[in-house]
Design a protein around this ligand. Structure first.
Ligand SMILES: [Zn+2]
Length: 205
């Protein structure tokens, strides 16, 4: 079965977090101060629009995926599973449509071992977990035994990688939805220039 990652189409500018809103909560490690990190709180997003050019999908500078009413309606018509919509506030202008955050609830579990993503280390105190990065060449291979069958889902180590099945991809294509490019998950590549001496790694945080 083919799966695709929803990727931002760089032709469309992203929106920014509203600086006035408190959108992060910090996770503090009781043992290692270096593990402290910010995590998106469950609050609804408040964003600032800097360039008035929109696709049907709009991404934030932190890679959150937002959709317009039109897309929300299309997804609803098709009874897609594995997502919830959260209202998004736009702090600096009134737009002719609403924006919704696409919050993915579908679960693909761990990636297939062929992806090369294994737990490298985990902090026993704060549970910060580092995975080796997926391999260029194989990309991300979904293990269908771990997948809950949702149309939208993420894998454990990559919560910002929204994955979809063929059904959703067909609807995006049919409706010529803009602002997003579905990439075959096995063809995803990453920039190895930033890898450390023992290879790349990914952390879900
Ligand atoms: Zn820790």
């Amino acid at each position: 079965m083919n799966f695709y990652r929803l990727q931002q189409d760089e032709k469309y500018p992203h929106v920014w977090y509203n600086n006035e809103a408190d959108l992060f909560e910090s996770v503090i490690c009781p043992e290692y101060p270096g593990h402290q990190r910010g995590r998106r709180s469950a609050w609804s997003l408040s964003v600032e629009v800097k360039k008035r050019k929109f696709g049907d999908f709009v991404y934030t500078s932190y890679s959150d995926c937002l959709i317009t009413d039109k897309v929300a309606e299309i997804f609803k018509q098709h009874n897609f599973t594995g997502y919830e919509l959260r209202p998004v506030d736009v702090c600096n202008m009134v737009l002719p449509f609403n924006l919704w955050e696409l919050v993915v609830t579908g679960n693909g579990g761990e990636a297939h071992p062929d992806s090369g993503m294994f737990i490298k280390r985990q902090c026993p105190y704060c549970k910060n977990t580092y995975y080796s990065a997926f391999k260029n060449g194989t990309g991300i291979v979904v293990d269908e035994n771990n997948w809950d069958g949702s149309d939208f889902f993420t894998l454990t180590p990559l919560p910002k990688f929204i994955l979809i099945n063929e059904k959703v991809r067909a609807v995006i294509k049919e409706n010529k939805l803009k602002g997003v490019i579905p990439i075959l998950s096995t063809e995803i590549t990453r920039d190895e220039r930033f890898d450390g001496p023992d290879g790349g790694e990914v952390s879900p945080f």
